[in-house]
Write a protein that binds this ligand. Structure first.
Ligand SMILES: CC(C)(COP(=O)(O)OP(=O)(O)OC[C@H]1O[C@@H](n2cnc3c(N)ncnc32)[C@H](O)[C@@H]1OP(=O)(O)O)[C@@H](O)C(=O)NCCC(=O)NCCS
Length: 285
């Protein structure tokens, strides 16, 4: 069999092949998630094409000064031939056109591959999930302060963006704007009434979506809401969020997976992992 391939831009007709690759590698991947990724304007996907057959994929998500590489998969029959490295190189070169720092969440086996390309460790993340046998399902939906379940008013959205930037040091507007309709906001109490957002969550239908909070009580409330709706939601966040880890213990969730945030380029100024209670997508921490 020929072992030749080329890396080219993703085309809409590659969708089902890419879904097959991602679902084959990551059990939690969903077609809606792939559709979201490939249809957002700031995401560029590359595929490995072997004589018309799509055997690998990698995506680059651009947020201006930062970019993320993710959804990197090579089909089992094509591994250890350099296809993965070639896909990652394409995605990184593209990302570096604008970004100072390229980030990713690596699984342990792929870490060495990224290290060889110059990436360094930037903090561990854990994925937590309720053990399947657990009967102790949370049902105390306890809103932290006040919430808005539908569209966030423009001013509130801008305040959420600021909060998001305070946590990540990044401008994630291109990924947050399309999901504003599912944003739930916790507003801080102030003497003059309700004040600025203290936290927000945005739950997408396939389980992805960020939770950001400045205050551990607010973060806990937003996470409890998610688990009340979906007791087996996968909650992934940085280990540096100690309040989040204590919350997982309190809620009886077990660590299911480890990821390693890695970066190429300088550390992201203003990154506050302690405010991140749930990543935006599996590919964007
Ligand atoms: C990671 C992955 C994309 C690598 O693709 P690939 O085409 O095999 O990559 P390359 O041939 O360019 O490089 C292979 C290197 O990947 C690393 N690697 C990846 N998976 C590995 C595994 N299961 N065991 C050992 N090494 C692995 C090794 O460093 C290996 O180098 P080596 O062969 O010199 O030891 C592929 O293994 C895959 O799709 N895995 C499942 C999905 C996944 O884990 N994606 C990465 C998420 S961060």
């Amino acid at each position: 069999m020929s072992r030749d391939w080329l890396i080219r831009d993703y085309e809409p007709s590659d969708f089902s092949s890419v879904v097959r690759l991602l679902m084959g590698a990551f059990g939690s991947s969903r077609p809606e998630g792939v559709r979201f990724s490939v249809s957002t304007a700031n995401t560029t996907a590359f595929v490995a094409d072997a004589d018309g057959s799509v055997e690998g994929v990698a995506m680059a998500v651009a947020f201006g000064r930062t970019a993320w590489i993710g959804s990197v998969v090579v089909s089992p029959g094509w591994r250890r031939l350099g296809v993965g490295a070639s896909l990652i190189e394409h995605a990184v070169q593209f990302a570096l056109l604008e970004a100072d720092t390229v980030l990713l969440l690596a699984l342990e086996p792929a870490r060495r591959l990224y290290e060889r390309m110059g990436f360094v460790d930037d903090g561990a993340y854990g994925t937590w999930v309720r053990p399947p046998a657990s009967q102790d399902v949370i049902n105390d939906r306890s809103p932290p302060q006040q919430e808005s379940d539908d569209t966030t008013p423009g001013g509130t959205f801008e305040a959420c963006l600021l909060l998001d930037r305070l946590a990540t040091g990044e401008d994630r507007r291109p990924y947050l704007e399309p999901i504003v309709s599912v944003m739930r906001v916790a507003l801080e109490n102030s003497r003059s009434g309700l004040g600025q957002p203290a936290g927000y969550a945005a739950q997408l239908s396939w389980g992805a979506g960020p939770v950001i909070a400045r205050d551990p009580a607010v973060g806990a409330g937003l996470i409890r809401d998610i688990l009340a709706e979906n007791p087996f939601a996968r909650i992934e966040f940085p280990d540096a969020n100690l309040a989040g880890r204590a919350l997982m213990d309190e809620l009886g969730l077990a660590r299911d997976d480890d990821d390693f945030r890695m970066r190429l380029g300088p550390p992201v100024p203003g990154f506050h992992p302690e405010f991140i209670y749930k990543v935006l997508t599996p590919a964007v921490g």
